[in-house]
Structure formats: structure tokens, C-alpha cells
Design a protein around this ligand. Structure first.
Ligand SMILES: Cc1cc2nc3c(=O)[nH]c(=O)nc-3n(C[C@H](O)[C@H](O)[C@H](O)COP(=O)(O)OP(=O)(O)OC[C@H]3O[C@@H](n4cnc5c(N)ncnc54)[C@H](O)[C@@H]3O)c2cc1C
Ligand SMILES: *[C@@H]1O[C@H](CO)[C@@H](O)[C@H](O)[C@H]1NC(C)=O
Ligand SMILES: *[C@@H]1O[C@H](CO)[C@@H](O)[C@H](O)[C@H]1NC(C)=O
Ligand SMILES: *[C@@H]1O[C@H](CO)[C@@H](O)[C@H](O)[C@H]1NC(C)=O
Ligand SMILES: *[C@@H]1O[C@H](CO)[C@@H](O)[C@H](O)[C@H]1NC(C)=O
Ligand SMILES: *[C@@H]1O[C@H](CO)[C@@H](O)[C@H](O)[C@H]1NC(C)=O
Ligand SMILES: *[C@@H]1O[C@H](CO)[C@@H](O)[C@H](O)[C@H]1NC(C)=O
Ligand SMILES: *[C@@H]1O[C@H](CO)[C@@H](O)[C@H](O)[C@H]1NC(C)=O
Ligand SMILES: *[C@@H]1O[C@H](CO)[C@@H](O)[C@H](O)[C@H]1NC(C)=O
Length: 529
């Protein structure tokens, strides 16, 4: 079913690509002429534009790509990259792309798991926000203005520089861009205490499809609602966000304790599901599930690792664990006390003791090919289910999962408060993950197939009608109807947004009636009857 859809799709792309190469020189010329006419003399846009004949074109394009699957020589390239240095560059890029009928892709940190921020199969312009990364923190006001291209690590670092008792609830990976990460929800290890990033946004500065610069007041509450969780790329370009800082204690505690099936992982996971979403909101206890080698040569098993972020000192954490989850056997020696800002590199996977200066690295040290998918779990998975899941994980050979507990603040916020709908009723969210270094489409297909197979095996245990998905965990494969047809918006729209989808379609129809900001998983406009 899917095969025939993608065959049709590739034929369509070949036609478009050959059409575009005939005309790309003149399209490029038209675009350059158009933007220079829009240009303010005080901030020349020529300094921000990279066309394919510019020697830095490929390196600029690839510096902010985060999935090697979408960085091959065959991957379609933009007609031009505008690495905006000034808001007038964003305005000119929008106006000229729209006038010339070119698609626009908007990129901040480039972490879109399926490359939708920098790849399109029709002629397109890439608006790149990486130069647009100022951070302005006001501790008195407990707020900050952060530009879209700022990375999460930079934001965390700059907050900690100003105050040891403030933080911001957002993701784990330090190179995420504020543009995409916040507009897709932004979840991290303070979510049970403070909600998502979008639950802590006070204002935003955007450029709309007419090229107007608007803030919360002038854009109105409907659009401000939509860009918090609905993915801003369907509606506008976000220039900057005003975020609300949250209190963090001077000392936090982390630990990682791992157990294989043979060491009792199954019983521990049964228990974890009973407590993880109900325990004190100061504790976020992530469970990582991964296939590993067994202790005997040639055998395979599953390892579950319990990783804690606790907003407090180890003594209180140990009491809490002893009362609610003594089976895990966490001891004083497992606990590491540190400053909140030091917990960021710990959680991001850097070795214990890494300097917080890594938070300022704009480009990750290591980029690979990858696939991600997501699910929500609303009923505890029984022991027999876990045993079946472990088997499927071992069979997958390389696909792991993160189980991230909900509850706490997440359950108190109504599901229509922002466009992000997955609130009360969820025990945890799953991320499926696989990374690989080998090249070639045959190898990629093998990893993609094992991921799909594990996802299939999980069907009985996860949310249904719709099978929900998290927008920030972009998954291009969830857009197809069960009968194999593709209907714009209907399938992924319900999965990502549930009942909020209709309101998103209304906002989209109002603010972008020509559907200029369109991509594979954008919010569709309401068609007149
Ligand atoms: C290694 C890794 C770890 C991750 N960890 C987490 C995590 O802990 N928590 C979590 O919630 N998510 C996580 N994610 C997912 C991440 O939040 C999303 O991929 C997010 O969209 C990334 O934002 P970005 O700006 O880096 O990406 P981009 O690829 O630049 O953008 C993603 C989407 O947002 C749009 N967009 C980007 N900038 C703008 C803008 N200025 N205006 C309008 N639209 C814009 C893009 O067009 C695209 O649709 C992780 C991803 C990776 C690769
Ligand atoms: C494009 O390339 C030329 C050299 O080929 C360089 O001088 C120019 O600065 C480049 N453009 C930008 C925006 O850097
Ligand atoms: C910080 O916020 C306070 C309170 O709103 C305000 O009085 C002050 O001017 C702000 N400081 C800066 C540097 O903007
Ligand atoms: C798991 O718990 C059951 C009781 O629910 C017990 O009988 C069994 O021995 C436990 N298994 C392990 C490995 O601890
Ligand atoms: C797991 O075992 C295989 C052989 O069975 C070996 O090739 C591989 O390196 C081992 N992996 C790790 C992480 O030890
Ligand atoms: C754990 O709890 C038990 C009983 O509830 C108590 O006897 C024991 O002292 C506690 N241990 C710690 C380290 O708190
Ligand atoms: C982590 O590092 C600190 C000091 O940097 C050390 O005291 C502690 O024992 C280390 N913990 C682990 C689990 O390695
Ligand atoms: C959410 O829904 C409730 C009940 O329908 C309604 O009263 C409330 O205004 C809605 N909230 C938002 C932010 O739209
Ligand atoms: C496929 O399913 C969707 C809803 O799931 C339906 O709207 C559509 O009409 C179906 N298409 C065909 C060709 O059956």
C-alpha cells in the first residue's frame, strides 16, 4: 500500500526536479533580484545569502543538519539559503518566496528527525535562523527573550550564569534550536514539576505570511495558542520567544541504575509503571530499554536503565525511593549531587564531570543516520506484555526505547490550553530510537524495518483511535491512512493534535489562506464546501 504511494510520489518528484533544473538559474536570479528590492540598505541581505555556486553552500547547508539520511549528494538542495542576520531578511525571504511561488523551509536548530526543516521535493528556499541567536535574561523579572537560532545549551548556560536558582523546562539535547523545539512543545526532565516549555512562554515575536512583524498582542490569542505546540512552521516564522524562568534548587541529584532481565528488569518495570507518574513532582525517573549482549557469549538480553533527575538533595531522594520504589535498591553511592546546570551535560550523555562549557557547542560532535517514532501509554503494561516486548526488542537487534513518565503538572493543564494535547491520562510517552553509522539505502531500510516491526509489536499496549504521536518526535511515516491513501492532515493531524486539530485548521485557514507555508506534515487549510 505504502509502496504504491511512494512510487507515485517519487515519479512526481522526478518530474518536478527535472523541471526545476531547467529553470533553477532563472528562479535563483528572480529570487535574488526580489530580495534585494525588499532590502534595507543598512543591513544588506547579500551578506546572508548562499547560493549553490557559493563555496560555503554545502557546509552551511550541512552544519545544521542532524540526520545523515537527509544529507546525501542525492538529497534535493535549496535554490538559496538565507541565513538571516536581521528581521528584514526574514520579511524579504517570506515575501519573495511567496511572490515567486517557491516553497519555504524554516530551520533553527535543524533537529527535525525527518529533515523537514531543510529538505523539500519541490523548488524551495531555506530560511536558516542560526545567526539569529541572542539571549537576553532578566532575573528580576524572571524572564528572558531568546531568539529562534539560540541553542538550548546556550539558553541553559546563560541562565545559570545569571542565577544559581533559576532554570527553564525544556529538552535534554543541548543543540536543539529554540525555533523548532519550543513550537513543537519542548519536553524535558522538569516536565512533571513545571510542564512543557510551551507552558512557560509569555510572548513571541513573529513574521507572518504577509511579512508583518507581530507580537502576542498584535497576532492575537488564536495564533499565539497555535504556535505553542502546533508547530510554528505552518503559520509563521518565529523570531524570538519570551520565556518564563522557573525556580530550581541550588543542589539537584541524579543517578543511573541499570538492570538486565536476569537481574529483575521485568518486575522493576511493573513497579515503575505504578509509581513513575504519581511520585513527587520533583522526581523525573526515565526508563531506557535497550537490547544488549547477555553475560554468556552469544546471548542477548534487554537492559532497563533508570535515570533520575531530582530537584533536591540526595537524602530526600533516598527517602522517597525507599518509600515508593525500594525494589530498585538505589543507594547513597549511586546518587550524584550537583548544580542544576551541571545536570544538563549529565543528562545529555556527557561523562560525569564534563565542563558545562560543552553547553556552548553549537554543532554536535557526532551526527549519524537515525529514525525516531513515538507512542503514548495509558494503561499499565502487564508482566506478560513486558515479556513479549523484551522479545521484540531483542529481535530488533538495535532499536531502543525511552519511556518518559507523565503526571504531575502535565495532568493539571487542560489538553486544550495549548495546541499540544497529550496531558492527563498518560502514564508515559515512548520514544523509539535507532542510530546507525553505515551508509547505503539497503542498510537504512533494514534499520527502518526493524523500527516499524517493534512499533507494530507495541500496538496492543499503546493509545488507540488515534494512536497518538508527539510532534517534536517528527515521524514522516504516520501520514498514511489505514487504506494506504494520503489525505492531507487527517491522519497525522489527529495523531499529533487530537481534538485540537480542528482549531489548528481554523487558525491556519485564517492566517495563511493560500497555504503558502506548506510541507509534508503542515496543518492544512479548510477547503470551502
Ligand atoms: C538529538 C535530539 C534530541 C532531542 N531531544 C528532545 C527532547 O529532549 N525533548 C523534546 O521535546 N524534543 C527533543 N528532540 C526533538 C526536537 O525538539 C525537535 O526536533 C525540534 O523540532 C527541534 O527544533 P530545531 O529548531 O532544532 O529543529 P528544526 O529542524 O530547525 O525545526 C523543526 C521544525 O520546526 C520548524 N521551525 C524551526 N524554526 C522555526 C522558526 N523560527 N519559526 C517557525 N518554524 C520553525 C521547522 O520548519 C520544522 O518544521 C530531540 C531531537 C534530537 C535530534
Ligand atoms: C559567497 O562566496 C563568496 C566567495 O565565493 C564569499 O566571498 C561570500 O562571502 C559568500 N557569501 C556569503 C554570504 O558568505
Ligand atoms: C527587568 O525587569 C524589571 C521588572 O519588570 C524591569 O524593571 C527592568 O527594567 C528589566 N531590566 C532590563 C535590563 O530590561
Ligand atoms: C517477580 O515478582 C514475582 C511476584 O510478583 C516473584 O514471584 C518473582 O520471584 C519475582 N522475580 C524476580 C526475578 O525477582
Ligand atoms: C556483542 O556481541 C557480539 C558477538 O556476539 C560482538 O560482536 C559485539 O561487539 C558485542 N557488543 C558489545 C557492545 O559488547
Ligand atoms: C527504608 O524504609 C525502611 C522501612 O520502611 C526503614 O526501616 C529503613 O530504615 C529505610 N532506609 C532508608 C535508607 O531510609
Ligand atoms: C562523578 O564525579 C564526582 C566528582 O566529579 C565524583 O565525586 C563521583 O563519585 C562521580 N560519580 C560517579 C557515579 O562516577
Ligand atoms: C478549553 O475547553 C474548555 C471547555 O470546553 C473551555 O471552557 C476553555 O475555554 C478552553 N480553553 C481554551 C484555552 O481554549
Ligand atoms: C481511506 O480512509 C479514509 C479515512 O480513514 C477515508 O476518508 C477515505 O475515503 C478512504 N479512501 C478510500 C479510497 O477508500
Amino acid at each position: 500500500m505504502r509502496g504504491s504511494f511512494s512510487a507515485l510520489f517519487s515519479l512526481f518528484s522526478i518530474l518536478l526536479i527535472s523541471f526545476s533544473s531547467l529553470n533553477s538559474a532563472s528562479v535563483q536570479e528572480n529570487f535574488l533580484q526580489c530580495v534585494s528590492k525588499q532590502n534595507l540598505p543598512s543591513s544588506p541581505i547579500s551578506e546572508a545569502i548562499y547560493t549553490p555556486d557559493n563555496s560555503s553552500f554545502v557546509s552551511v547547508l550541512q552544519s545544521y543538519g542532524r540526520n545523515l539520511r537527509y544529507m546525501t549528494p542525492d538529497t534535493p538542495k535549496p535554490i538559496a539559503i538565507v541565513a538571516a542576520l536581521h528581521e528584514s531578511h526574514v520579511q524579504a525571504t517570506i515575501i519573495c518566496s511567496k511572490t515567486l511561488g517557491l516553497e519555504l523551509r524554516i530551520r533553527s536548530g535543524g533537529h527535525d528527525y525527518d529533515g523537514l526543516s531543510y529538505v523539500s521535493h519541490v523548488p524551495f528556499i531555506l530560511l536558516d535562523m542560526f545567526n539569529y541567536r541572542a539571549i537576553d535574561i532578566n532575573v528580576t523579572d524572571e524572564s528572558a527573550w531568546v531568539e529562534s537560532g539560540a541553542s538550548l545549551g546556550e539558553v541553559y548556560y546563560r541562565i545559570a550564569e545569571k542565577s544559581p536558582v533559576h532554570g527553564f523546562p525544556a529538552g535534554i539535547c543541548t543543540t536543539l534550536g529554540m525555533g523548532g523545539h519550543l513550537s513543537g512543545g519542548g519536553y524535558g526532565n522538569m516536565m512533571r514539576k513545571y510542564g512543557l516549555s510551551i507552558d512557560n512562554i509569555l510572548d513571541a515575536k513573529i513574521v507572518d505570511v504577509e511579512g508583518r512583524i507581530l507580537d502576542r498582542k498584535s497576532m492575537g490569542e488564536d495564533l499565539f495558542w497555535a504556535i505553542r505546540g502546533g508547530g510554528a512552521a505552518s503559520f509563521c516564522v518565529v523570531l524570538s520567544w519570551k520565556i518564563k524562568l522557573v525556580p530550581v534548587p541550588e543542589i539537584v541529584t541524579v543517578f543511573t541504575v541499570g538492570k538486565t532481565i536476569e537481574e529483575g528488569a521485568t518486575n522493576l518495570t511493573v513497579k515503575w509503571q505504578k509509581i513513575a507518574d504519581k511520585i513527587d513532582d520533583d522526581l523525573f525517573l526515565r526508563l531506557i530499554v535497550a537490547p544488549v549482549n547477555g553475560s554468556q557469549p552469544g546471548t542477548k538480553t534487554v537492559k532497563t536503565s533508570f535515570i533520575a533527575m531530582f530537584l533536591g538533595e540526595s537524602e530526600r531522594l533516598l527517602t522517597l525511593m525507599n518509600n515508593s520504589f525500594p525494589e530498585l535498591g538505589v543507594q547513597k553511592k549511586d546518587c550524584i549531587e550537583m548544580k542544576w546546570v551541571e545536570s544538563i551535560p549529565y543528562w545529555a550523555g556527557f561523562p560525569n564531570g564534563t565542563s558545562i562549557d560543552v553547553l556552548l557547542d553549537k554543532i554536535p560532535k557526532f551526527v549519524s543516520s537515525l529514525k525516531r517514532k513515538s507512542d503514548y501509554v495509558q494503561q499499565p503494561i502487564p508482566k506478560s506484555g513486558l515479556e513479549a516486548i523484551w522479545k521484540a526488542v531483542i529481535e530488533s537487534e538495535s532499536v531502543g526505547m525511552q519511556w518518559n513518565p507523565y503526571g504531575g503538572k502535565m495532568s493539571q493543564i487542560p489538553s486544550n490550553e495549548t495546541a499540544f494535547p497529550h496531558r492527563a491520562g498518560n502514564i508515559f510517552k515512548i520514544q523509539y530510537n535507532v542510530n546507525w553509522k553505515e551508509e547505503g539505502s539497503e542498510i537504512s531500510n533494514r534499520y527502518l524495518k526493524s523500527t516499524e516491526k517493534l512499533y507494530e509489536a507495541m500496538t496492543p499496549y499503546v493509545s488507540k483511535n488515534p494512536r497518538e504521536a508527539f510532534l517534536n518526535y517528527r515521524d514522516i511515516d504516520i501520514g498514511i491512512n489505514s487504506n494506504g491513501t494520503f489525505e492531507e492532515g487527517q491522519v497525522y493531524g489527529k495523531k499529533y493534535f487530537k481534538n485540537n486539530f480542528d482549531r489548528l485548521v481554523n487558525v491556519k485557514t485564517k492566517v495563511d489562506p493560500d497555504n503558502f507555508l506548506k510541507y509534508e506534515q503542515s496543518i492544512p487549510i479548510r477547503k470551502p464546501h
